[in-house]
Design a protein around this ligand. Structure first.
Ligand code: ZN
Ligand code: ZN
Length: 593
């Protein structure tokens, strides 16, 4: 303790504070116990002003006078917390509330509560509390004898300046709506109300989440919902002193009940009615202008996790009725959930391209051809400024998908047939499978093959009933895949034609194979379709000894290379390699059919 503190006098006796007691009411009670005229006498003894009572510099002095530990007074008083000047929050039972949530200018009390126990409860210091749910009556804020507003500076908690004992009074019965909201506030303040809270929630069909709201969130929520006006503006109940009167509290609580009862219907309806009927100019619609102060307070004042039930109603209205753009900062999760973004009326160009699995250029082409409805609200030239109507985009995607379903992509046809690109190319070149290529109204690029023709090719093989068997490598029997590696991919059209004519019949199907590549044929019959017998005469005539020894494809290719060198010499190999490079360059684009 500092020397300065040692000079501060102390009261004769310590008066123990009661849990949930108002700090100002406590001072009033201490003053009455010590026969002072009112709580200001205590402040004079401590040498602090009323403003410093709940500030750091006053806490130590006042707690010494009261014979309390500084922590005791600090926990009880509405201590000013760190924050922006003019908007510093206050501590209320360990929670942060706004200064405007307190009703310093309009003290109030419940005579019946004072009869039970002469304690000024902290909850009466809240501006939205105007009724006592314990006694179902209105709080008293004016002395019926001297007709003056109640003051903090009075002889005792239960006594007016004029000498009237408030405990002798009875007050009006409170209406049910006011009681309902005040019951929730009392519950959040820690008053034991038994089943009354659940009863209120069930009777009014309030959102169940309200039961778990902390005091600060509950006050913000009630104030917000109780202040909504038709145009989205909030009534002026926020900051002015007059609006901390019990009458204003009653008005706000009743209006809040109107919004909260039968949740979420009334609020949904109110928000929907704020939307303009005419939405011809979506670029003029903004959340700020339509939903006004309600929108700003919903996203800035209320914690998202606690009032998810309120945000969901707002999001439902946006999802069902919002015809304006949602972009910029609104696309961040802070504002809207993914569900809202996925159902927005308009999408950006990049999002449209992502949804359609197409390039931005294709979407812009479709826009220019009038196939997709869009808007360019600003003439900046920025592609992201394009806004595309989601409904029309979906329609375009559906039509495109029906057309593209007739085709197979390059990778799909290879998977389906079990063959490589060279084999597919030979089929396309021979006209057995029709195809489209490059950029057109359906595809953004690459080759696409007519599904119907692919099915025909598969059916040629499937009409033969064959058994599956294990296949270890080429021998007297050979799969179609190995046959193409051996004879060259250009023979595939001939093989298919022969299979269609019945000249070439598969005898088995290799296990673990896919498509037509696994059909097994007698090698003798396959070799008839060899087009260039000069290259590998020895190997082709009798592949059996080789395949019996070498099972792996890699080793077979190695042998293939050695055989070529033996028959043609190293010079021929180099020539062949260069010609292969040239071929592959040509193969990069299929010739038109
Ligand atoms: Zn009461
Ligand atoms: Zn009076």
């Amino acid at each position: 303790m500092t020397n300065e503190m040692c000079t501060v006098p102390q009261l004769v006796i310590r008066v123990d504070p009661v849990p949930r007691e108002s700090p100002r009411g406590y001072l009033c009670r201490v003053a009455h116990t010590h026969r002072y005229s009112g709580p200001y006498s205590i402040l004079q003894i401590a040498g602090v002003s009323g403003d410093d009572l709940e500030r750091v510099k006053g806490i130590e002095r006042i707690s010494r006078v009261l014979r309390l530990e500084p922590e005791e007074w600090q926990a009880m008083c509405y201590r000013e917390l760190a924050g922006r000047k003019g908007a510093r929050p206050r501590s209320f039972g360990g929670e942060h509330i706004k200064y405007s949530d307190l009703n310093y200018m309009y003290p109030r009390l419940c005579p019946a509560c004072l009869r039970d126990q002469p304690i000024w409860w902290a909850v009466w210091d809240l501006r939205l509390v105007a009724a006592c749910p314990l006694h179902r009556c209105l709080l008293l804020c004016q002395c019926p004898n001297c007709k003056r507003r109640l003051l903090w500076q009075r002889p005792a908690v239960h006594m007016c300046h004029c000498g009237l004992d408030f405990r002798d009074l009875t007050t009006e019965e409170a209406d049910r709506d006011l009681l309902a909201i005040n019951t929730l506030i009392y519950h959040a303040a820690g008053f034991p109300l038994g089943d009354e809270v659940e009863h209120v929630l069930a009777h009014y069909c309030f959102p169940k989440e309200m039961l778990k709201l902390r005091m600060s969130t509950l006050l913000r929520l009630v104030l917000l919902l109780g202040s909504i006006r038709e145009n989205g503006r909030l009534s002026g109940t926020h900051m002015t002193v007059d609006n901390r009167s019990p009458a204003a509290a009653t008005e706000v609580c009743r209006a809040a009940v109107t919004m909260l009862r039968d949740w979420p219907g009334p609020l949904h309806e109110t928000l929907r009615n704020m939307l303009p009927m005419d939405t011809d100019r979506p670029e003029t619609l903004t959340f700020n202008t339509i939903f006004g102060e309600f929108y700003r307070r919903l996203f800035h004042d209320l914690p998202r996790r606690k009032v998810g039930f309120l945000r969901r109603v707002f999001e439902d209205v946006v999802m069902e009725n919002w015809k304006g753009f949602i972009r910029g900062s609104h696309r961040r999760p802070r504002y809207f959930s993914a569900a809202v973004m996925q159902s927005s009326y308009w999408v950006t160009l990049s999002e449209a391209a992502r949804l359609a699995h197409a390039s931005c250029r294709r979407i812009l082409d479709a826009i220019s051809q009038g196939q997709i409805e869009s808007m360019l609200p600003t003439k900046t030239g920025n592609l992201e400024c394009w806004m595309i109507k989601r409904e029309s985009l979906h329609r375009w995607i559906a039509i495109r998908d029906i057309e593209t379903a007739l085709y197979m992509s390059n990778s799909e046809i290879q998977r389906t047939l079990g063959l490589g690109y060279k084999a597919v190319k030979s089929l396309a070149q021979a006209g057995l499978i029709r195809h489209v290529k490059g950029y057109n109204h359906l595809f953004s690029g690459g080759y696409h093959f007519l599904r119907e023709d692919v099915t025909k090719v598969i059916n040629i093989f499937q009409k033969h009933t064959v058994t599956r068997r294990k296949y270890t490598g080429p021998g007297k029997l050979m799969t179609l895949r190995d046959a193409l590696n051996c004879l060259g991919h250009s023979v595939l059209p001939d093989l298919i034609q022969a299979a269609d004519d019945g000249d070439l019949v598969p005898v088995h199907y290799a296990k673990l194979s896919v498509g037509i590549a696994g059909y097994i044929f007698p090698f003798e019959k396959l070799s008839r379709y060899h087009r260039d017998p000069k290259i590998l005469p020895g190997w082709l005539i009798n592949p059996h000894p080789v395949s019996a020894i070498l099972e792996s494809e890699r080793m077979r290719r190695l042998l293939h290379r050695q055989e070529m060198e033996r028959t043609m010499g190293p010079h021929r190999r180099a020539t062949l390699k260069s010609s292969q490079t040239e071929n592959s360059r040509h193969e990069s684009a299929l010739p038109a059919m």
